[in-house]
Design a protein around this ligand. Structure first.
Ligand SMILES: CC(=O)N[C@@H]([C@@H](O)[C@H](O)[C@H](O)CO)[C@@H](O)CC(=O)C(=O)O
Length: 319
């Protein structure tokens, strides 16, 4: 069973859920995906069934199967597998939390319910507490992503006294650009008891300066190596190199027109890794052929496809 004291730090890839052209989950490539993350990107922590993984677009049964496959394939290869178990239904969330514990995941994370919303901190904590209690041996992370949930309760407010209510609380995935709120979270975490994981990849350097202890994001699937170089430069206080890496990362995300929606992430990951990620599920739309052609040309010109053989057939699946 996972120890609640095992700290999550460094890069955590928010995994994509590979799909077939028919919209079914393509479990067959997950083993290959694990090896790619570890060997090519140096990323050994994953966050499954989150935003990038289209977790909220999957059925409960699919979410269970996906979680299980990642845990199985990641055994003895990955350091930590955190499963996002947030759902609109408390019962579903509890079922998924329990399941994550049963299959030997290393932690669970939960977003705020986003249709009928908690209207204040206490209500939100009550919801999170009920989910966390279903997996009492697993570290619990709150997934703060207000732009998508519409729940604007400040993370800093939530953190205040949270361990009294949720004893397994171990950290925050902060997917927001409000660095004041993030800084106040860091201030509250002066004993460094929690993992504060930054979730806006293009601003990670700012997050590190403010005190992030790690990062969860979609781009670590294919920019993990480069981002690890940035973390190393930051660690040795070589801020000019760290800034240079952050600029390259921003360039790759924005100026290369790679985009950063889930559909685009699937297309880019297919191009860079050679592993077919397939199309996203409705309501998301496939990245356009124009996008993938453009991205492929840009990536080639930046010598970014050099370490993989891009398989033309794989591209068909995402354009
Ligand atoms: C809104 C969104 O999808 N944000 C991403 C970022 O990694 C984002 O793709 C990246 O910063 C590029 O904008 C993550 O925070 C989401 C994430 O970690 C997840 O898939 O759960």
């Amino acid at each position: 069973m996972a120890s609640p004291k095992k700290k999550l730090h460094g890069l955590v890839a928010a995994t994509i859920t590979p799909m077939t052209e028919n919209g079914e989950i393509n479990f067959s490539v997950i083993g290959q995906y694990v090896d790619y993350l570890v060997r090519e990107q140096g990323v050994k922590n994953i966050f499954v069934n989150g935003t990038t993984g289209e977790g909220l677009s999957l059925s409960v049964s699919e979410r269970r199967q996906v979680a299980e496959e990642w845990v199985t394939q990641g055994r003895n290869k990955l350091d930590q597998v955190v499963i996002h178990v947030g759902a609109l239904s408390l019962k579903e969330s509890q079922e998924l939390a329990q399941h994550a514990a049963e299959i030997g995941a290393d932690g669970i994370a939960v977003i705020a319910p986003f249709f009928l919303k908690p209207w204040n901190k206490d209500v939100l904590i009550n919801f999170l507490k009920e989910v966390a209690a279903s997996a009492p041996a697993l570290p619990f992370y709150y997934y703060h992503i207000p732009a998508l949930t519409g729940v604007k309760i400040r993370a800093e407010e939530l953190l205040d006294g949270i361990q009294d209510k949720i004893p397994t609380f171990q950290g925050l995935k902060f997917s927001d650009t409000d660095l004041l709120d993030f800084g106040q979270c860091v201030d509250q975490n002066h004993q460094r008891q929690f993992s504060l994981l930054f979730g806006v990849d293009e601003q990670l350097l700012s997050g590190l300066v403010m005190g992030a202890t790690g990062a969860v994001g979609s781009t670590y699937n294919y920019l993990g190596k480069k981002t690890n170089e940035m973390l190393e430069a930051f660690e040795r206080k070589d801020f000019s190199s760290a800034l240079n890496y952050q600029c390259q990362i921003c360039f790759l995300i924005y100026f290369s027109c790679l985009g950063f929606g889930v559909s685009q992430t699937k297309a880019i990951m297919t191009l860079v890794s050679g592993i077919p990620m397939g199309p996203p599920r409705l309501p998301l739309q496939k990245a356009t052929r124009e996008f993938t052609d453009n991205a492929e040309a840009k990536l080639k010109s930046l010598d970014f496809l050099s370490f993989t053989g891009v398989k033309d057939g794989n591209l068909e699946a995402c354009s």
